[in-house]
Design a protein around this ligand. Structure first.
Ligand code: C5P
Length: 225
């Protein structure tokens, strides 16, 4: 009998884009499909974990056995993650959180005022969810293992290494985005303190299963949890 690699672990995953409103009908978002994060949530569940998936606005079915929390904005995603992370053992941040949100959201739809002058949008910086959780007491004590993602268009290894250091996470997973957005396949580069390892092109579900098993091997022995 081979015990499942994440049995007894609680895993928190973010997925999809965020939507940051500027009035009741408009806002800014991005092309993240959520497919990689949903595949990771499914793979973690298959590996025996108790999984919570915090999802931005996407229309994907919830993987079987996964608890899903739907959010819209980056700030809502942070709040949900901070609450869930208190009991999680692994946090995997795949969501493409908007870096900036409109500084104010108008209560009513912004109308053309006839002057020919377009409105000027001011932005405020969104919280960095991964960085926030990676700095938390639970992560620093080793009880919460944080994994980041990086979507880069070039120089993937150098950018992924720099991002790993900047975010303060033990494992950073690079992929070639935005080419990966919406596709069913991907290829990943796992970057840790000691070096890097490539997971060659495969379906997102196959890569998710490989990643989950890799993460499981990095966790402290279950008796310490
Ligand atoms: O800084 P950048 O967006 O390139 O970093 C990507 C990683 O950080 C991903 O793991 C993403 O989910 C996470 N992130 C986050 N909160 C943000 C921005 C990025 O958790 N506001």
């Amino acid at each position: 009998f081979q015990p499942k690699s994440l049995a007894g672990r609680r895993v928190l995953v973010t997925a999809g884009p965020t939507f940051e409103g500027m009035d009741p009908v408009r806002g800014i978002t991005n092309h993240s499909s959520g497919k990689m994060g949903f595949a990771i949530a499914r793979a973690a569940r298959e590996a025996g974990a108790e999984v919570t998936l915090v999802a931005g606005p996407v229309s994907l079915p919830t993987p079987r056995g996964v608890a899903r929390i739907d959010v819209t904005t980056g700030r809502q995603m942070l709040a949900a993650c901070e609450a869930e992370a208190l009991r999680a053992h692994v946090f995997i941040a795949t969501a493409a959180v908007a870096d900036w949100r409109p500084a104010e959201s108008a209560a009513q739809k912004i109308k053309k005022d006839g002057s020919g002058e377009p409105p000027v949008l001011r932005f405020a910086e969104n919280p960095d969810i991964l960085h926030t959780l990676a700095r938390s007491e639970r992560a620093r004590s080793g009880a919460l293992f944080c994994v980041g993602f990086a979507a880069e268009s070039h120089d993937l290894l150098a950018h992924a290494q720099a991002k790993r250091a900047r975010k303060g996470v033990p494992l950073l997973v690079g992929n070639i985005g935005p080419a990966a957005f919406g596709r069913d396949d991907n290829q990943l580069l796992l970057v840790d303190e000691g070096g890097h390892r490539e997971l060659p092109r495969a379906s997102k579900l196959s890569l998710a299963r490989q990643l989950v098993n890799d993460i499981a091997r990095r966790l402290p022995a279950a008796s310490l949890v």
